[in-house]
Design a protein around this ligand. Sequence first.
Ligand SMILES: Nc1ncnc2c1ncn2[C@@H]1O[C@H](COP(=O)(O)OP(=O)(O)OP(=O)(O)O)[C@@H](O)[C@H]1O
Ligand SMILES: [Mg+2]
Length: 332
Amino acid sequence: MANNAFGIDLGTSKICIYNHEKKRVFVERNMIAIENKKNVIAYGDSAYEMFEKAPDNIVVSMPLNNGVISDINNMQDLLRLFISEITKGNYKNSDYVMSIPHDVTDVERRAFGELIEDSSMKAHSVSVVEKSIACAIGLNIDVKSSQGVMIVDVGYNTTEISILSFGGIVKSKLVKIGGNKFDDIIKATVRKEYNLHIGSKSAEALKMQIADLKRSGEKGVVYGRNVASGLPVECMVDPIVLENCLRESFLQITDNVKELLESTPPEIGANIYKQGIYITGGGSLVSNLCQNVANGTGLKVNTSDSAENSVIFGLAEIIRNNKKYKNLTFEV
Ligand SMILES: Nc1ncnc2c1ncn2[C@@H]1O[C@H](COP(=O)(O)OP(=O)(O)OP(=O)(O)O)[C@@H](O)[C@H]1O
Ligand SMILES: [Mg+2]
């Protein structure tokens, strides 16, 4: 690409931006804090700091829901503020490549392009690529080959299961389970088992510690409000209780994977059998999920060290080798 270029993966919980000029990926929470309904007072990680703590006149919100844009004005502001910060305001005439979910309506799809086109960003070009294709490229899979692959992207609100072959999506399924659902289940379980009301951040922190706690034989320390006394207390939570409460959700993901496999053409199924399933997305990092999918399907499961960043790594590769991937991106 002749101009400066940006890859953008708008996730429900995180916004990832690759800047080709700086050859760097920037990641921040996809959140914005608005005071008195009009002034943006924080965005990204600083807005997340205020989440569940801000006074009533400050609304901290996420402009994406289930992977689609639910608040276009705030999303536009957030994106412009991030890119302006990264480039110190020097971003005019740039090329943008964005990843978009497969399972969206035409209106939702158009909204991704309009984010940049209708803003004051004065883009040179805006193109989009299917999120699961970018994800596969980020996992170093040769997406243009005739080998069928299955990608399971466990995100924040949703899990996108896709079967790819010859650079296209053969089948896909969106399941309404992701990392946020795991946090909600942990919150409900801690309340039921320990009489403790905890916030989403504490639930997420507990979720991320399950594997380490099991390994060390320790319990997780969490702070919250005792349901009976109403007072703040410290509590020790057993990681086995946490892991058990997530089993049902893992089973639902596995069942959906199996359902999609059952309707997959046999030649592609044979490829998947040989290579295994690729599981990625931040939500896939939770303790025991990959193991559950492997046990439930009897297939090998390939995991990734960069599970949270596969999509943005794929977008970076598409920008670096844009000629090679030209027929996988579409201008909007
Ligand atoms: N080490 C970890 N262990 C468990 N869960 C994790 C870990 N790291 C991140 N997560 C979870 O991953 C989820 C976010 O995943 P991801 O970053 O893939 O979502 P996203 O791209 O923002 O959203 P989406 O693609 O669904 O729109 C969060 O719920 C977060 O708690
Ligand atoms: Mg994502």
